[in-house]
Ligand binder design. Sequence first.
Ligand SMILES: [Zn+2]
Length: 154
Amino acid sequence: MPAPARTGGDTALPMRDVIRMASDGIHYLTVFDGHSERPIYLARQTRIATADQRIICYARDGGCTRPNCLQPGYHCEVHHSPDWTPHGATDADKLFFACGPDHKRVTDGHYHTSLTDTGRLAWTDGTTPPDINHAHHPEELLHGNTDPPHNDGD
Ligand SMILES: [Zn+2]
């Protein structure tokens, strides 16, 4: 029997069922430049990320952005960086996936986050240099691309 496929919510299903379900699915194409009039930069207008902004997080992050966390995007909240309080913005390029426990840790100050030059979110607990999560980007490990370029401006 072939290995089962895993859905975004980590449910194991036979590959035949996944293909059947995907044939009726709504597929998204992520476009970062020249997007439609559907707003993805909402500034302080709202705190909660929209479905469009979550799709962008899926495309960029794949899952929780804390290094070595394996939680898929399906199980993640959306973290503002810079933090919503006091002046963060609900803008697509300032929102990142974080699972519930890690989101609480960063909100409580146990971790600090910063933006890298490549637009990824780097995490540190203050005892190690900021690092990004490669768990959802195994190609980075295969190609030896593991050093996060640091943006000193954030
Ligand atoms: Zn996490």
